[in-house]
Design a protein around this ligand. Sequence first.
Ligand code: C2E
Ligand code: MG
Ligand code: MG
Length: 394
Amino acid sequence: MSLPLLIVVDDEPDLAGFVCTVAEQVGFDIEQFNSAALFKDQYTSADVIVLDLMMPGVDGVEVIRFLAGSGCDAQLILVSGFDPAVLHSAQKLAIEQGLNVAGSLSKPFRYDDLHQLLSGLSITPKSPSRRTSIESPPVDELREALVNSELLLYYQPKVGLNGCFIAAFEALVRWQHPAHGLLSPDLFIPTAEQHGLINDLTWVVLEQAIMQCCSWRDQGLTVQIAVNMSASTLKELDLPEKIGGLLERHGLEPSQIILEVTETALMQELITSLDILTRLRMKGFHLSIDDFGTGYSSLVQLHRVPFSEIKVDRSFVMAMDHDPEAAAIVETVILLGHKLNMKIVAEGVETDSCRETLARLGCDQAQGYLFARPMPADEAFQWFSQHKTANPPP
Ligand code: C2E
Ligand code: MG
Ligand code: MG
C-alpha cells in the first residue's frame, strides 16, 4: 500500500528539509517545493500540505486561493513567522474558502510540536465518489410541496443555563420530499426566497408552529415557540395584525412566540421592517436577532430594533474551546446584551466544556446538539417530559 503524500511549500530550504525529515519519520511520502509558483504549476493532489505563508513572489495567501479554486481536499498546515494574529486570520481565510485546515505552526517551532501534529492527523483514503450531495429541487416541486403539505417542522430546545430548564422550542422547517426524503432548509429556503414563495412558506410554518403550541398546551406543556422570519416577510405592513389574528383564533398570547430575524434580513427595506418589528414588540411578541455577529452592522441593528434576545452565531460558540478570540467575542456580546436588557442565547453548543464556559460567563440560554438535535414534534414532547422536572413553575 502506498504511503500518504505530504507536500512542503517553503522558500527556506533548511526549514523545508526539517519538515520533510519529521514527516518521513511519521510515515509520509514527501515532496518539497521551494517556490510557490512552481508548486502552483505542478500540483495535482496530496494528503497533507505544509504551507509557509511568507514567500517571495507568490505568497501563501495566493496559494490558499489557488488551492480553494482547484477544489483541494488535502489537510493544510499553515506556517508563519508573523505574529499569531496573522496566522490566525490566514487560517480563518482558508476555512472560509472551504479548505481543510489541520493546524498551524509559528516559526520557530520545535520537533515535538511538528511530530505531534503530523502523527495526530487522520488520513482517509481518497475516493472519487465522495460527493453525493443532493442539489436543490426545482421551484415547481417546491410550489407543489407547499400545496401538498410536504413541509413539516422539527423542534430544537433552547435550554436555560442557569438551572437547566427548557426555555423554548425553535421550529425548524423540513421538506419531506417524495423522492429525496427529508431535506434541510438550506436546500429550499433560497429557492423560496428567489421565486417569491417565502411568504407562503412562512405562513405554513407559523400556522403549524402555533397549532403545535396549542396541542402541547392542551397536553400540559407550556413552552415558547421560536419561528424564523425571512426578509421579505418583514415587508408586509399588516404582518403584526395578521399574526395577532392567527394567535387570537387559537387562544394564544403573543408572549408565547419568539420571532427570529437575521441581521441580513434587516438590511433590506429598513424603514418598513423597523415599523413592523416595533409594532410586533408593542403587541407583546418576543424578537430575537439570529446568527448575531455574522451580518452587516450588528451594533446599528441592536440600537435601532427593539430586540428582546440575541442569538450568538454558532461559528463563534463552536470555536470557543480552542480560539480565545472567539471566546472574547462571545463574552463581550453577553456583557453588551445584558447592558441592553436582552437575553443571550448561544447557538451550536456541542461540548460540556463550552456549556460550562457559557454558564460561567453568564449566558442565559443555549441551544445545540449537546442537549438535543432538532426532532419531530412527538419526540420533542417526549424529550420535554423526560427533562421537565428541572423546569421552574410557570
Ligand atoms: P438557524 O435559525 O440559525 O437555526 C439553527 C440551525 O443550527 C439549525 O439548522 C440547527 O439544526 C443547527 N444547529 C443547532 N444546534 C447545532 C449544533 O450544536 N451544531 C451544529 N453544527 N448545528 C446546530 P437547520 O435546521 O438546518 O436550519 C438552518 C437555517 O435554515 C436556520 O438557521 C434558519 O436560518 C433557516 N430556517 C429554518 N427553518 C426556517 C423557516 O421556517 N423559515 C425561514 N425563513 N428560515 C428557516
Ligand atoms: Mg433561528
Ligand atoms: Mg441561528
